[in-house]
Design a protein around this ligand. Structure first.
Ligand code: AMP
Ligand code: ZN
Length: 110
């Protein structure tokens, strides 16, 4: 399957990983829209949250919370883009973790 996030998960394409376990990975977004911009995703190819069960979505969010805590982010945004009309470009479920602003949060369009 010609999916860039499958290839990153399988280490066929490099990325700056910040987390990995058996089923999930997290890495830095190549075009950051915030001082901290990390993508969290299951290794399994699912097109979007529409294909995912609540438990998998919940684990994705829990991993993002853990990374945010490790990075000592005071506040942050968690964003799932869903479908092209929702701004989703890469059709492999991923959660954007955005943060690291010093004072007020930036307005972001991911
Ligand atoms: P979305 O618009 O929700 O599909 O977000 C896709 C995100 O993936 C964008 O923020 C891109 O900057 C990011 N992205 C695309 N290719 C790569 C890559 N090779 N490594 C890391 N991030 C990527
Ligand atoms: Zn994929």
């Amino acid at each position: 399957m010609n999916c860039i996030f499958c290839k990153i998960s399988q280490k066929e394409i490099p990325a700056q990983f910040v987390f990995e376990d058996e089923k999930f990975v997290a890495f830095e977004d190549i075009h950051p829209k915030a001082p901290v911009h990390i993508l969290v995703l299951p290794k399994e190819h699912l097109a979007s949250v529409l294909e995912a069960k609540g438990e998998l979505i919940g684990t994705t969010v829990e991993i993002a919370k853990k990374i945010a805590a490790e990075k000592k982010l005071e506040g942050y945004k968690l964003v799932f883009n869903v479908g092209p009309a929702g701004g989703q470009v890469v059709e492999h479920l991923h959660l954007h973790l955005l943060g690291g602003w010093r004072e007020k949060p930036g307005k972001v369009e991911v």
